[in-house]
Structures are given as structure tokens and as C-alpha cells.
Design a protein. Structure first.
Length: 384
């Protein structure tokens, strides 16, 4: 089924841990051409300070570090030949927290919607006092530099092809959740990593967080009917009543006028893809089910011929990036699994995002780790 795969390095710098990308195909009206906007999370990576053959350097090549107090969203622009038209440029920083995964959506009015979430750094001196108040702290100073609390999900809007962006707009409080900091900070949508969709006059935005008294995470949905300027909570997409599986990192895909499907990561289980279907634009959802795909998180892309292409990270040996074709209803898989990459150094790879190019090829972007241990943003062009 697959005819050809070409690999590209889109951004690589040993001083930075680059990860969690998304990409959008834009129309540049001033030049009557198309461009690619790449957005990713960039954070400090101090491993370059060690010699490459140091014993410690060899050990930490495999270590994962997904929080940093100065992590930032960074953009680059490429032409359709994947040649950079700009340097890596950080967005205006979040003044109080560290921004994480980037998720892009091109709206029908040509504006860009960026959704993401933040970690709030907590000094170790405050840790015991906050833990006494029931605050859930992530990380440890010896591992992540400091403690963190999840600060919530937010959106930003650009009306000039990503050159400038609105301020951070945190989501409204998520119902039935405990405060992040009792009496000080509520849960504002939780985390966001996954595709939002625009259906009619609404934007549907998937998030995930833990409900009050739950032990696992649940996927939820917000909506906007004013092009992303404000948000309202709509529904729970999927929750494991048995409290065994965390259903995380949901991505949405429109199937027909009223039917949408959520593709979710299955954490603490067997890493199978989980999907859920709504026939009323997310007001209610059918019971979720596991699919045969192994990997996470999944990005679904509707192709111009009606078929659906999904891609996902594969964090099992051999480590890499994989995909599948599905029929137009997303009920059935077509053909065999597509092995895009299987040459990763370790499981710290993945988070792919795909776009169909004007010539019909599929561009998949993701972060990757090769033998040198430098986390970087790569892309693969597929001819299907």
C-alpha cells in the first residue's frame, strides 16, 4: 500500500529538548502560495554540557524529561519542499507557567486556533506545606528541577498566519473536580493534546483531567460558538467506570454532519487505541471501546478521497512512528499497519501530527530520538 517514505529533520538543537509538534497548511494570500506552520514545545536540555562519551551522558540519553520551568511554544515556517522560511521563534512567553504541547487548527475564517496547557513550577520550600493542603505535586527537584502543578488548558488565536497571537485564555472551570490549589486555583480544563474540530458555527475542543474522587483521568469536551474567544463545558467524552484506565490525549474527527469520533490514549492499560462516538456533536457519547491499534497518542486526518489516515507513536521495541488507513466511517481498518519509522533510540518518541499536502502526499511530523540522544522534530512524507 505504501509506495515511498522520505524522512526529514525539521528542527534539531542540542541545547533544547524539542517535542510534541503539530503542523498546519496555510494559504499565504500575499504571495498566492501555501506554507506550513510548525509549532512545538521547546525546553532546555543541559545534556550538551557533558562529553558525549561520559558514562553519565550515555545513561541519560534514555531518560525522559517532559517538564521544564522555561518550556515554551516555538514556531517555524516551511515551504512545501520542507525548506525553512524562518528561524525557530518562541511565542510570547507565559509569564507565570511553562507551556507544553501545541495543537493547531485552521478555522474557516482563516484564523489559527492554538490549544495547549501549562505546568506551574513550585519551589521545594513550599512542597510540604502544599502537600498538607492536599495539593498533588508532580516531579521532584532532584529529577525535574522543582515540583510542578498542572495549571490548566488554554487557547490563543492568530489572525495573521501565526505572526502574532492573543494572550493566554484559560478554559473555564471543569465541573466535578478538586481545586489544584484549594481556594486558590481551580481545574481549568486540565491538559490538552489533540485535534480540535470546527463543525458549523462551533469549535469542539477535547481535554483530559481527573474528576473528583477518581483515580484515573477522563476525557472531556468544551465548545465555542464565537471562534474561540470564549469556551463552555459540554460533556464527558469517556471515563472508565472501573477506574483502571486513564483515557487521555483525545483527538476529534468529524465523521458526518452530526457524528464525531474521539481517538484516545489508553494509559495504565495495554496501550490500545480507544475510541468513542457521539451522534449529536458531543452532547452525549456512546460507550468507548478499544481498537486493535497499539500506540499513542493518535492523530486522525481526513484525506481528500474520504479515507482516514491515523498516525501514532510506537513506544515499544522497535521504537518509532506508525500509522493505519481507515474507511470513511472510521469503522474498519484498510490493509496492514504502516511502519513509518522503527529506528528510535528509546521510547521517548512520538506525538505525531499529519497533514495532506497539495500533491496528495501525507506529511507526518513528530519528535524523535536517535543514537545521539538529542530530542528533535522530524517529518516523514508518505505516498499512499
Amino acid at each position: 500500500m505504501q509506495k515511498n517514505i522520505e524522512h526529514f529533520v525539521l528542527y534539531k538543537n542540542e541545547h533544547y529538548f524539542s517535542s510534541f509538534p503539530s503542523i498546519a497548511l496555510l494559504d499565504n494570500s500575499s504571495s498566492n502560495s501555501k506554507q506550513l506552520l510548525l509549532m512545538f514545545r521547546r525546553a532546555r536540555d543541559s545534556r550538551w554540557l557533558l562529553e558525549a562519551d561520559d558514562e553519565e551522558s550515555l545513561l541519560i540519553k534514555h531518560q525522559v524529561d517532559h517538564v521544564d520551568s522555561r518550556s515554551q511554544l516555538t514556531k517555524m515556517v516551511f515551504d512545501l519542499d520542507l525548506k525553512p522560511l524562518s528561524e525557530a521563534e518562541p511565542l510570547p512567553i507565559n509569564p507565570e507557567a511553562a507551556d507544553q504541547d501545541a495543537s493547531l487548527l485552521v478555522l474557516s475564517n482563516k484564523e489559527l486556533l492554538l490549544s495547549s496547557f501549562s505546568w506551574y513550577p513550585i519551589h521545594s520550600r513550599l512542597s510540604k506545606a502544599l502537600q498538607k493542603k492536599g495539593v498533588s505535586l508532580y516531579g521532584h527537584p532532584d529529577v525535574t528541577g522543582c515540583f510542578y502543578v498542572l495549571w490548566g488548558g488554554f487557547t490563543r488565536i492568530s489572525n495573521d498566519m501565526g505572526n502574532t497571537w492573543s494572550a493566554h485564555n484559560y478554559l473555564p472551570v471543569t465541573p466535578d473536580t478538586n481545586d489544584i490549589i484549594p481556594g486558590k486555583r481551580s481545574v481549568h480544563g486540565g491538559s490538552i493534546r489533540g485535534q480540535a474540530i470546527e463543525v458549523g458555527n462551533e469549535i469542539l475542543l477535547p481535554v483530559y483531567t481527573r474528576l473528583k474522587n477518581d483515580q484515573v483521568s477522563t476525557s472531556h469536551m468544551y465548545y465555542s460558538n464565537d471562534q474561540g474567544r470564549s469556551w463552555t463545558y459540554r460533556s464527558i467524552i469517556a471515563r472508565d467506570q472501573q477506574q483502571k484506565l486513564s483515557l487521555n490525549e483525545p483527538s476529534l474527527l468529524q465523521i458526518n454532519d452530526n457524528k464525531i469520533m474521539a481517538f484516545m490514549r489508553n494509559t495504565s492499560g495495554n496501550d490500545h487505541l480507544v475510541t468513542a462516538v457521539s451522534n449529536d456533536l458531543g452532547h452525549t457519547w456512546q460507550d468507548w471501546k478499544e481498537r486493535r491499534v497499539i500506540g499513542h497518542p493518535t492523530h486522525p486526518l481526513r484525506l481528500s478521497d474520504g479515507r482516514i489516515f491515523i498516525c501514532y507513536g510506537y513506544r515499544h521495541e522497535p521504537f518509532g512512528i506508525r500509522g493505519y488507513l481507515m474507511d470513511s466511517s472510521a469503522d474498519n481498518f484498510i490493509g496492514d499497519e504502516i511502519i513509518i519509522r522503527d529506528d528510535g533510540l528509546c521510547g521517548d518518541v512520538g506525538y505525531p501530527w499529519a497533514v495532506e499536502m497539495p500533491d496528495g502526499k501525507i506529511l507526518v511530523v513528530y519528535y524523535f530520538t536517535e543514537d545521539d540522544g538529542i530530542r528533535h522534530i522530524a517529518g516523514s512524507l508518505l505516498t499512499i
